[in-house]
Design a protein around this ligand. Sequence first.
Ligand code: AMP
Ligand code: MG
Length: 415
Amino acid sequence: MLTYQQALATCLAAADRVLETESVALLDAPGRVLADDIVAALAIQPFDNAAMDGYAVYCEDLATATSATAVQLPCHRVIAAGDRDALPALQRGSCARIMTGAPMPPGANAVVQIERTATAADKMVTFTAPCALHENVRHAGEDFKLGDRVLERGRIIATHHIMPLATLGLGKLPVIRKPRAAVITTGKELASSLDQPLPQGMIYNSNHFYICGALTAMGVEIAATHTVADDPASLRRLLLQVMQQNFDLVISSGAVSAGDFDIVRPVLEELGATILFHKIKVKPGKPNLFAKLPNGCLYFGLPGNPVATAAGLRFLVQQTVRKMRGVDAEKPLYARAMNRFVKPAGLHMFLKGSVEGWEDGSLTVDILDGQASFMVSPFLQMNAWVSVAEDVQEIKAGQVLPVFLMTECATAGLP
Ligand code: AMP
Ligand code: MG
C-alpha cells in the first residue's frame, strides 16, 4: 500500500503536461491560472501628477516662507484631472491651481496642499511654509515601470488582481483552459432527486452535489454527470461512452472497497485501464483508486463515504488539478492544536478542523468532534482540513500541525 505522499506523487507524475492556453476577459479571470508572464506595456502612473488638490510650485520659490515672512505667488491657471492639452511650463515665481490626478505642469516640482494656503481675490496665493522637493507629486512609473513583469505564469488570478491589471489596461488575459471532468456517482441506494421525499432504505446523492461544487471551486469544468447502480454492465457501458469524449478527468464515488458490489476496479481493468494505485495508507479514504484510461484520461475512484470523497477531492484531485494548470504545489498554513487527538499510527489522517487567528498573530485549530467518515454535520463548522502524517499517533494540545483551508480559499490566490 502506498503512503499518502507516494500516492500524491503518483497522481502528479500522471498529470504530465500543463493544459492548453486560451484567452479570457478580465472579469472572467479570477480563479483562472495565468498561462504567460504578464508584462507592463505602460508605466503607471502614466505621467507625473498631483497627489493632492493644491498649488503646483517650484519648491525653491518657497524656501524662505514662514508665517512671519509669507511668500505670495500669482496664480493664473487651473489644471484639472483629465486635462489633455500639452501644458506650458510653469513660470518661476508663479503657481498653478491643480487638482488631484491632474498632470503636473513642466518645471513644477511640488504641490502645496490647498489647506495650507490662502488665496486673495487678486489671485495672489499666500504660502507660509517651505515645501519639500517632489512633495505631493506622483511620479510616472512609481507603481509600475514599462516592461515590469507584474504577474508570473502559474499564478492563480484573484479578484484583488483586477485592480492592478485594469490599471495596466489588460482587458484580456492568457489562461490555462479548465480541465474537463465527468462525474460518476455509484450506488443503488442513491435517490435521484433532492426534491422527492427519501424512499425507505435510500439516501440522497450528496456526493454528486459536493463533487460538482468542489470541482467548480477548483476551476474544473463539469462536462458530464452520471449515476449508475452497482452493476458492472452499466458502468462498463457508461465508461465506454465517457472514453469517446475528450475528458481530462473522470471522478467517481463509491464501489472501490472490498464489498460484493465494488465494481470499479474490475470494470476498469476489463476496459484496459492502468491501475496506478488502489488502497492507500490514509484515513478517511483507504480504498482510493487512481488509474489512467486507455485514452489518457485520469480516473479518480474516490470511496463513497462522503468525508472520504471530500478528502480525496481536496488532497488528491485538487493537487493534481493544480499540476494540470501549471500551479506550484500548495503550501499548508500551520496552526496549534486546541485539543488532544489519538489516531492510528501508519495512516495519514485528514481531520475536520476549525482554524482561528488571534491577536498575538497565532493560528489555532480546533479538531472537531465527529471525525467518522460518514459524519457530515461537522462540515458546517469546518473551515480547514488538518493533515496529520502517518507516524503521528497522538496529537497533543499545543502541537503545531499543517492545515489546508477549504477549496475556495486555496483557489483565491493564496499560496
Ligand atoms: P461505497 O464506497 O460505495 O462502499 O460506499 C460507502 C458508503 O458511502 C456507503 O454508506 C454508501 O451508502 C455511501 N455513499 C456512497 N455513495 C454515496 C453518494 N453518492 N452520496 C452519499 N453517500 C454515498
Ligand atoms: Mg457503493
